[in-house]
Structures are given as structure tokens and as C-alpha cells.
Design a protein around this ligand. Structure first.
Ligand code: RET
Length: 280
């Protein structure tokens, strides 16, 4: 008796309420975080061991580099165990002209804020590595380090932006801060390095170039991941993992081996009776 009658227009019994979407870490992301934790830990041990092999006056690059991977080890431990992460909440409203129904979707995406704490401490230390290698002046070092801290903190605000205007507003300002860093390295850094010996200026050119290429990939990953939400949380974790391993341990081993070799060459040069002081 209650079967559908053709004269009664169908009324939806459930009016769709706001829907919720959760974007969070999966198995591949979790494994990646643990793998990078182990890589950072082993690198820290290696850098610390290398530091003890050189006299204390020549340890500055070893100490900087070991500190960088120490912070990364701690941050990856936090992320791998589910610490240092929160959900960023954004509301997406869509109006569907054909149905006249507006839909509201609440998107909750995991943001690993531990990364930003890590970057706010480690990227200044990476810049100090480059600045000391080049022999940059104090004013330039101050500018590059402060611009870097501003960049990372604005990136953190952008990641938790409530709407597109906020998110991309912070992102744009962070990119300007990044341009200040690029300028300082390419102009002040290179000028300072050119005034040093040939092998140091060559090393600065190659390791500085490597740094600029890698660092430029971070805002790109951010833009596709946290920004446009086109990358899954796992894909984002894996992308940053590759970049982090290149920017910290690989950068560190390269710098320490190349610089130690340079110092040895220069000292050999001076000790062969050509006079002067081979201070590097
Ligand atoms: C953010 C988003 C906002 C715009 C810009 C960014 C740049 C980040 C960079 C990070 C570098 C990290 C490194 C980590 C080492 O392990 C914050 C992603 C410009 C350059 C080198």
C-alpha cells in the first residue's frame, strides 16, 4: 500500500549536512618517517665521530653539521611516533547551480608542525655553514639568518591558514623572504667566496648551487601539498624525506669531506715554504 505513487514527488529524506574529509598519514608515510629517523641518527653519529678526529679549532663545520642532523633526528622521531602533528581545518563551500543546494565540506588535513620547528633551527645552521665557508660579513649573515627564520615561521602560519587568502598571503610573504636568502647567497656569498682561494670559491659555487636547487623544491612541494592539497599526506612526507636527506646528511658529508681536503691542500701549499698563514 505504501509503494511509490507517481503523483507524489520524491522528497529526499536525508538532507545532506556538512561532510567531513580527513587527510592523514598512511602506512608508506609512517615507514618513511622511521627510515629517515634512522638515516639522520646514523649521520649524526658519523658527524660527531668525524668532529673528534679534527682539532677543536677546525671543528666549526663538523659541529654545525652534527647539530643539523641532531635536530632532524629529534623531529623525525616526533613525527614517526605521531607527535608534532595537528589537523589544519579548512571549510570548502561549493554552490551547485543546477540543484540550488550549497554544500559545505570540512577538510581536516594533518600538518606536521614539527617540521617547521626543525627548519627554524636547522636552516639557519645550514646557512651558517655556507656563510662561514664563503667568509660572508656579519651584516649579510644577520640578514640571511633572520630572513630564513621569517620564511619558516610564515610557512607555519600558511600551513594552518583557514582560507585561501590567508594561506597564500603568508606563502607569498614567505617566498619574498626566500628571495632575500637567494640574493644574499648569490650576491654577498659569492662575492666573499671569490675573495678566497680558488678551491674554496669553487666549492662554494657547487655546494651553494646544490643548496639553491634543493631549497627551491621545498616551496614547490608545499604549494602542491599543503597549499593546493593535490598531494596526499604520504606523498608529501616522501617528497620532503628525499629533500631532507639531500639537504642535511648529503650536504653535510659533501661539505666536510671537500672542506677537509681543501684545508689539507692549502696547508700543504703553505708548509712547502711559500710562507704566510693558511687559516681556513
Ligand atoms: C615554505 C613554505 C612557504 C614558502 C617557502 C618555504 C620554504 C622552505 C624551505 C625549506 C628548506 C628546508 C630545508 C630543510 C632541511 O632539511 C616554508 C615551505 C619559501 C626553503 C633545507
Amino acid at each position: 500500500t505504501s509503494s511509490a505513487s507517481p503523483t507524489v514527488s520524491p522528497i529526499p529524506t536525508v538532507i545532506p549536512g556538512p561532510s567531513r574529509v580527513f587527510e592523514k598519514v598512511g602506512a608508506s608515510g609512517a615507514t618513511t618517517l622511521w627510515v629517515v629517523f634512522v638515516i639522520m641518527l646514523l649521520s649524526t653519529l658519523a658527524f660527531t665521530w668525524m668532529a673528534f678526529k679534527v682539532p677543536v679549532q677546525k671543528r666549526i663545520f663538523h659541529v654545525l653539521t652534527a647539530l643539523i642532523t641532531t635536530f632532524a633526528t629529534l623531529s623525525y622521531f616526533a613525527m614517526a611516533t605521531g607527535d608534532g602533528v595537528s589537523f589544519a581545518h579548512t571549510v570548502i563551500r561549493e554552490s551547485h547551480k543546477h540543484t540550488g543546494v550549497d554544500t559545505v565540506t570540512h577538510v581536516f588535513r594533518q600538518v606536521f608542525w614539527a617540521r617547521y620547528i626543525d627548519w627554524s633551527l636547522t636552516t639557519p645552521l645550514l646557512l651558517l655553514d655556507l656563510a662561514f665557508l664563503a667568509g660572508m660579513n656579519g651584516a649579510s649573515i644577520l640578514v640571511v639568518v633572520v630572513a630564513d627564520v621569517i620564511m619558516v615561521l610564515l610557512g607555519l602560519f600558511a600551513a594552518f591558514g583557514k582560507n585561501d587568502a590567508q594561506k597564500w598571503g603568508w606563502y607569498g610573504m614567505a617566498c619574498l623572504a626566500y628571495l632575500v636568502i637567494v640574493y644574499q647567497l648569490v650576491v654577498s656569498g659569492r662575492r666573499a667566496a671569490m675573495a678566497k682561494d680558488n678551491s674554496t670559491s669553487k666549492l662554494f659555487a657547487s655546494i651553494g648551487g646544490f643548496t639553491l636547487i634543493l631549497w627551491t623544491l621545498y616551496p614547490i612541494v608545499w604549494g602542491i601539498g599543503d597549499g593546493a592539497r593535490k598531494l596526499s599526506v604520504d606523498a608529501e612526507i616522501i617528497s620532503y624525506a628525499v629533500l631532507d636527506v639531500l639537504a642535511k646528511p648529503v650536504f653535510g658529508f659533501w661539505l666536510l669531506f671537500a672542506h677537509t681536503r681543501n684545508v689539507a691542500t692549502i696547508e700543504g701549499f703553505w708548509s712547502h715554504g711559500l710562507g704566510g698563514e693558511g687559516s681556513v
